[in-house]
Design a protein around this ligand. Structure first.
Ligand code: ACO
Length: 402
């Protein structure tokens, strides 16, 4: 806490907390994390129970409305989401305006931001009905946007959503169907996909969620706010870690190279970090990583790639890091991204799609937090202060005298 009278002669006191390590920016009833115990609760329900017994759209309902739905409520919600999965036909031209080699996250930032132009009948945030439609549109259309960003990047035709499939199966269908072939979605893969969505659904005030809240605090429309969240998520210290982690595992290549990379991660003069390790809040274990690890084993068993060298390297790396004093002292454990990348790779996704899949999963969290914020009577524009360390007042010098 700094007394700014001593610094600037102005009235008042403020906290100086770079990286917001100990500052609550809001109150919330959505998600609880106990970083020491490794506990994650959505509306009070533990994440491992939700991942095991529930499914993504039910968790979406829980996050959005606060309670688990009845059978009738769930059916209605699923029908509503299914009804919104199509994209405005004109949006295809928007996709086609990007270079084919654009990163799918770049395309998603653009396309989701552009939803404000295609769906401006649901941008009036003062109208609760429009807020509701905007949330449904975002949750429903995000898989279509992510799948189309992928299809466009590999030069294949866009695949329209199929409303007879589940949310996860439909996403796999839009990513992997090609007109000339029959594509059958395996239920184990669709369950694993659904679990990845569920495990990433919300995570309280992380960087991208805080970005969505800050953007929204100015009254910006929901599509613009979620596009801001996607842009923030892209960074390698946040959602981009899953791509960075798999690329690192490929670079390590074989378990015998692990000591070299562990030594680099410990070397203060080397900027290299073990991607997929460490978390700002979890200082014991990441409960999502435990479920994800089990799911990775199931998927690799199904696909007959149990001897996958990447998984072997991942397991050996995890063991070596957990035995190492540096990682123990700094409480660095594998996080959710450590195993999600392995599952996605086994399913056939390129690494560039890992973060878009995170973005589509997290959309419900962003939307739930956005709705909660707008319903809060104390909601006001987010406007942090700074600790100014620059020059004191001085007179302008003419250019010839500098
Ligand atoms: N490898 C090696 N050392 C690490 C790592 C790592 N992955 N993570 C942290 N450290 C070290 C830091 O060098 C620092 O050491 P120091 O105290 O000697 O300076 C110490 O541990 C604390 O690290 P901070 O960066 O201060 O911790 P912070 O809480 O700010 O960062 C973060 C958390 C960003 C997740 C960090 O652990 C990291 O960069 N991990 C790798 C990237 C990653 O996996 N991100 C995914 C996060 S989860 C998610 O978004 C879903």
């Amino acid at each position: 806490v700094l007394d700014i009278r001593k610094l600037y002669g102005q009235a008042g006191v403020f906290t100086y907390d770079p990286g917001f390590t100990s500052t609550a920016s809001c109150d919330s009833t959505i998600t609880f994390i106990d970083g020491d115990k490794g506990e994650l609760l959505h509306r009070g329900y533990p994440i491992d129970q939700l991942a095991e017994k529930s499914h993504y759209l039910e968790v979406c309902y829980l996050l959005l409305y606060g309670e688990l739905p009845s059978a009738a409520e769930l059916e209605k919600f699923e029908n509503t989401i299914t009804r919104h999965t199509m994209l405005h036909e004109q949006m295809q031209y928007f996709f086609r305006g990007f270079r084919r080699d654009a990163h799918p996250m770049a395309t998603m930032v653009g396309v989701v931001g552009a939803m404000s132009a295609f769906y401006h009948d649901s941008t009036d945030i003062a109208d609760p009905h429009q807020r509701e439609i905007a949330s449904h549109r975002l949750i429903a259309k995000m898989p279509t946007i992510a799948a189309w960003a992928y299809k466009y990047s590999i030069g294949q035709p866009f695949v329209y959503p199929r409303n007879d499939l589940s949310y996860a199966a439909n996403f796999l269908h839009m990513c992997f169907s090609v007109p000339a072939e029959d594509y059958h979605v395996d239920p184990i893969l669709s369950r694993a996909m659904d679990r990845i969505f569920t495990l990433h659904a919300d995570h309280e005030q992380n960087a991208s969620t805080s970005t969505v809240r800050l953007a929204s605090s100015s009254g910006a429309n929901p599509f613009a706010c979620i596009a801001a969240g996607i842009a923030c998520l892209w960074g390698p210290a946040h959602g981009g870690a899953n791509q960075a982690c798999l690329e690192m595992l490929k670079e390590i290549g074989t378990p015998d190279k692990i000591p070299e990379y562990i030594a680099r991660a410990k070397d203060k003069n080397d900027p290299f970090r073990l991607m997929g390790f460490g978390h700002r809040v979890y200082k014991n274990h990441d409960p999502r990583a435990t479920v994800m690890k089990k799911s990775a084993d199931e998927v690799l068993d199904l696909l007959g790639v149990e001897n996958n060298p990447i998984l072997a390297t991942a397991k050996a790396l995890e063991e070596a890091a957990l035995k190492d004093d540096y990682f123990a002292e700094k409480k660095l454990f594998p996080n959710v991204d450590f195993y999600s990348g392995i599952i996605l790779e086994a399913m056939g996704f390129p690494t560039s799609m890992f973060t878009p899949i995170f973005a589509l999963s997290r959309t419900v969290g962003w939307v739930s937090q956005w709705k909660e914020m707008l319903n809060d009577p104390q909601n006001k524009i987010g406007r942090p202060r700074q600790l100014y360390l620059g020059s004191t007042t001085r007179d302008y010098t003419d250019i010839e005298n500098r």
